[in-house]
Design a protein around this ligand. Structure first.
Ligand SMILES: *Cc1c(COP(=O)(O)O)cnc(C)c1O
Length: 429
């Protein structure tokens, strides 16, 4: 039988709910059948039908160097030969913790977990345990993983599926979660343990922090003794070597990381000042644990990524991504659609609409949602996919340019985008 995406997806739906292990991978919001990946190299992925795509998903940002980077493969292979998990301290976790803390300004200690979700759950527990307060504040449209108390008003897949939150989360679980609009500094009181923020909102498509927003959060937290938590699961080691803290010069009390620091393996981390993290068991009363935390393969992979790049690499990535973003926007407009590419450093968010639409850069979730509701992302997505460019199958995700996306590859995407735009525009005439 011929290998087809349809056949594999049909098999998947028998044994995996909805055929996917994470709803963002489903094509629910764009229609059609997902491609089943068999391999990826650098900027490309190849599906079961042998089709090659230029990949702008890059595991939703987990892949900074591109797929199957030789250095990362070598690190994982070496580590695997010495055993994959022990339940005892290993050198690898110390080395990765040193690599992370030495690159992020103000960060003294990290503890490893196995996902971004776990990292945020744990950091919020530390904030509550250390302050003795219950309330947390998050921003509308920011995604912080799928823990009960953090799913309210989440972006990403929650937004794509049009869900307000999630069934199965009891009211009590979110009773202490206050949701505020992004880019407005909220007024807090001394019942707040922490303010949780994506320093660049990258799960409601892309929304940049307004000038003064992060500084304002820092000051407001200090005023009432709340902790500021930067969820750097996307921005960490992508926006700059020192992440958003370095990029914006605002130092939070707590950080969470994920994606890039695992080099494509399951890793998350949370951290802050050593004094604050004394609250954690075994030193303090806040319990948190993990059988596979600090896994030798994952820490080896993560370290190989961090050690493969320099501050200059981020400069190059940013330059390339920025030029690409501008060219992409222009090409889509030339093709006859309206487009806006929002950008912060190397992070790019594409908003695309029919010709008559006027699109200006959104500043919060309400604005992003309105643009996306009017937009024609599903059609544009498929026009790109048919021509061999894979973007995320949802309008609330951003475009990920990896270090392996050369200027030539990005120019190819731009040319394809113009053709795709022409085709979609024609169907709207
Ligand atoms: C992806 C993401 C998470 C969740 O990480 P997982 O590894 O998917 O659990 C948390 N916060 C942000 C900002 C993310 O982008």
């Amino acid at each position: 039988m011929a290998e087809t995406n349809q056949a594999w997806f049909d098999r998947a739906t028998v044994v995996i709910p909805g055929g996917v292990d994470s709803p963002v991978r489903s094509f629910s919001s764009v229609g059609g059948v997902p491609y089943t990946v068999v391999e990826g190299h650098g900027p490309h992925v190849i599906d079961v039908e042998g089709r090659h795509y230029i990949d702008l998903v890059q595991s939703y940002g987990a892949s900074l160097l591109g797929h199957a980077h030789p250095t990362v493969i070598e690190a994982i292979t070496q580590a695997a030969q010495h055993g994959t998990t022990f339940g005892a301290p290993t050198k690898g976790e110390v080395l990765l913790a040193e690599a992370i803390t030495s690159r992020v300004p103000g960060l003294e200690q990290v503890r490893f977990v196995s996902s971004g979700t776990e990292a945020v759950m744990s950091a919020v527990r530390v904030a509550r345990g250390a302050t003795g307060r219950s309330k947390i504040l998050k921003f509308d449209g920011c995604y912080h993983g799928h823990a009960d108390h953090l799913l309210v008003a989440g972006g990403s897949g929650v937004a794509e599926l049009g869900l307000p939150g999630s069934a199965g989360v009891p009211e009590e679980a979110v009773a202490d979660t206050v949701v505020a609009p992004y880019n407005v500094v909220p007024t807090l009181d001394d019942s707040f343990a922490c303010v949780l923020v994506e320093p660049v909102a990258a799960n409601m498509n892309l929304v940049a922090p307004a000038p003064g927003f992060l500084e304002g959060l820092r000051a407001e937290c200090d005023r009432v003794g709340a902790l500021l938590l930067f969820d750097e699961v996307i921005t960490g080691f992508r926006l700059a070597q020192g992440g958003a803290a370095e990029y914006f010069g605002v130092i939070p009390d707590l950080w969470t990381f994920g994606k890039v620091i695992g080099g494509g393996l399951p890793v998350g981390a949370f951290g802050g000042k050593a004094e604050l993290l004394r609250a954690l068991a075994p030193q303090g009363p806040v319990y948190q644990a993990g059988t596979l935390s600090g896994n030798p393969l994952a820490t080896a992979a993560g370290r190989s990524v961090l050690e493969s790049v320099t501050p200059a690499s981020y400069g190059t990535l940013t330059q390339r991504a920025q030029a690409f973003g501008a060219d992409l926007e222009a090409a889509i407009r030339r093709g006859g659609l309206s487009a806006c590419v929002a950008s912060v450093g190397p992070l790019l968010g594409l908003y695309v609409g029919a010709h008559s639409a006027s699109i200006s850069t959104p500043t919060n979730y309400e604005e992003a949602k309105a643009i996306i509701a009017e937009g024609i992302y599903p059609e544009f997505f498929h026009a790109m996919l048919r021509r061999g460019v894979a973007m995320a199958p949802g309008a609330y995700e951003i475009l990920f340019v990896s270090m392996s996306h050369t200027d030539e590859i990005l120019a190819e995407v731009v040319a394809i985008a113009e053709e795709a735009s022409l085709e979609v525009a024609a169907s709207h005439r």
